[in-house]
Design a protein around this ligand. Structure first.
Ligand code: HEC
Ligand code: HEC
Length: 413
């Protein structure tokens, strides 16, 4: 934990021991944070390989009997149709490593792993339990129930849409994990989430368990050429499935596509967006506009992906905050049930009121949220403008990501 968090201190030049202790005590524990001894594996690239390949199958179920997949006609994960405004500047953000480019076979395996409760110690939760399609691949609850039931994560689950458009080194709310691939092992090893922590044998105990399942023997062979289940293969397959969750369908997308103009300095982002109501478009103007025009949300939550810009610091939720947080893409934010890393807000009205009047001073506060005199910025928005911002955020709800069958469970009922 110390070494992982040390990287947050350097840019801020923190010297206060009290601050460091505070960080250690309040660090997030979900998805492999600080529980047990599992967290130390975050920064390593080493992976575990199953020690046996001859276990008697725990379940003989094969692809045909357990799953709705048709392996001769795969869904398209590798080459989604992207709008013109997903241009070179957006592509430059793509965190796909050269060694794990999305292909339909491996992403299909990733889909199965994502929905498989066998990934938890007692077969009670899958990734999808906490990352539900209808909630933008997040959890409608503020905190998620772990494998043991009755114990909960200490952070709110994160939406997964557009996760590929983040710079490396920014997985989890506090950016503690380097890549989508390395992130995969964290919830599996987490003592609250999926339970393969050190006391339950770690990932090494999961590998022979999956190795024994008939459909994985088929699917690992299909994706990788042989049936060996390794941690690296699980990481790669799940990362491919997650990276294929690109969000390009929303009321804002449809309208913006018709005014996008690469010849304009702002590509048309300041233009009215056809199809939005007057209130939604007023919210759009506020969100997109910089000082004097709007309230600068887009400077951090950057369109068209609405992922958080790599240069964003924290947004001042708590006075004296030293940690730098990320935000998941704001696409589909309105279908989330709770907002911010600890899910402290339950409505978007509360979120907007926070930016309007609640930003707190602290070492990690982004300068864009500091007023010229040095105090945290207040917006003093009218009631109508606050409502307009909320209305605009709702236009970012993706209309297909939650219903596209290729992202839904492949398991037969
Ligand atoms: C018990 C609930 C739970 C389970 C199960 C779970 N997650 Fe999560 N997930 C969370 C929470 C909570 C966070 C935020 C944790 C944090 O930042 O400390 C999170 C964060 C993430 C992130 C980081 C997103 C970002 O933008 O940085 C990814 C990716 C992710 N989970 C993928 C997965 C995958 C893949 C699985 C299955 C192997 C999984 N999760 C299983 C609750 C869960
Ligand atoms: C300085 C960069 C910055 C600016 C400007 C900014 N935000 Fe944020 N925003 C963040 C960060 C960082 C988070 C995550 C904070 C956390 O959970 O600790 C966040 C979180 C959010 C969330 C919650 C996301 C979730 O998944 O829970 C919403 C909604 C949001 N911001 C909307 C806005 C709006 C609307 C504006 C303009 C009024 C705005 N933001 C301006 C950085 C910024």
């Amino acid at each position: 934990m110390q070494t992982q968090h040390a990287m947050f201190f350097k840019p801020l030049q923190l010297t206060s021991l009290i601050a460091i202790i505070t960080v250690a005590l309040t660090s997030l524990t979900a998805c492999g944070g600080s529980s047990g001894g599992a967290a130390t594996s975050t920064a390593t690239t080493s992976t575990t390989t199953a020690t046996t390949t001859t276990t008697t199958p725990a379940t003989a179920a094969t692809v045909a009997s357990a799953l709705t997949l048709n392996l001769t006609s795969l869904s398209n994960y590798a080459a989604p149709t992207l709008p013109a405004y997903y241009d070179a500047a957006v592509t430059a953000l793509d965190n796909t490593p050269a060694g794990n480019v999305v292909n339909n076979k491996t992403a299909t395996l990733g889909r199965v792993l994502f929905y498989d409760k066998n990934l938890s110690f007692n077969n009670t939760v899958s990734c999808a339990s906490c990352h539900q399609a209808t909630a933008g691949f997040s959890d409608p609850a503020r905190f998620s129930t772990g494998f043991a039931g009755g114990t909960f994560t200490t952070a709110h689950s994160m939406r997964l849409g557009n996760i590929r458009y983040y710079r490396p080194g920014s997985m989890f709310w506090d950016k503690r994990t380097a890549s989508v691939e390395l992130q995969v092992s964290q919830p599996i090893q987490n003592a609250i989430e999926m339970g393969f922590d050190a006391t339950h044998g770690g990932i090494a105990a999961l590998l022979p368990k999956l190795q024994a399942i008939g459909y994985y023997q088929e699917l690992f062979t299909f994706a990788f050429g042989d049936a060996n289940v390794t941690e690296a293969r699980i990481q790669n397959a799940l990362a491919q499935f997650e990276r294929s969750m690109v969000s390009v369908n929303s009321a804002w997308d449809t309208g913006f596509a018709s005014v996008f103009n690469p010849a304009l300095p702002d590509q048309g982002r300041s233009l009215p967006v056809p199809g939005l109501t007057a209130q939604e478009d007023r919210g759009r103007a506020l969100f997109m506009g910089g000082p004097g025009v709007g309230v600068g949300c887009a400077g951090c939550h950057v369109p068209p992906t609405f992922s958080l810009g790599a240069n964003s610091l924290s947004n001042g939720l708590d006075a004296g905050e030293t940690r730098i947080f990320k935000s998941p893409s704001l696409k589909s934010v309105a279908v989330s049930g709770a907002f911010m890393h600890d899910g402290r807000f339950s409505t978007l009205d509360q979120v907007v009121e926070f930016y309007n009047s609640g930003v707190q001073a602290g070492p990690a506060l982004d300068p864009r949220l500091v007023a010229p005199g040095g105090a945290p910025r207040a917006l003093n928005l009218t009631v109508a403008d606050k409502a307009a911002l909320v209305a605009f955020l709702k236009t970012l709800t993706d209309t297909t990501l939650a219903t596209d069958a290729k992202f839904l469970t492949p398991f037969k009922p």
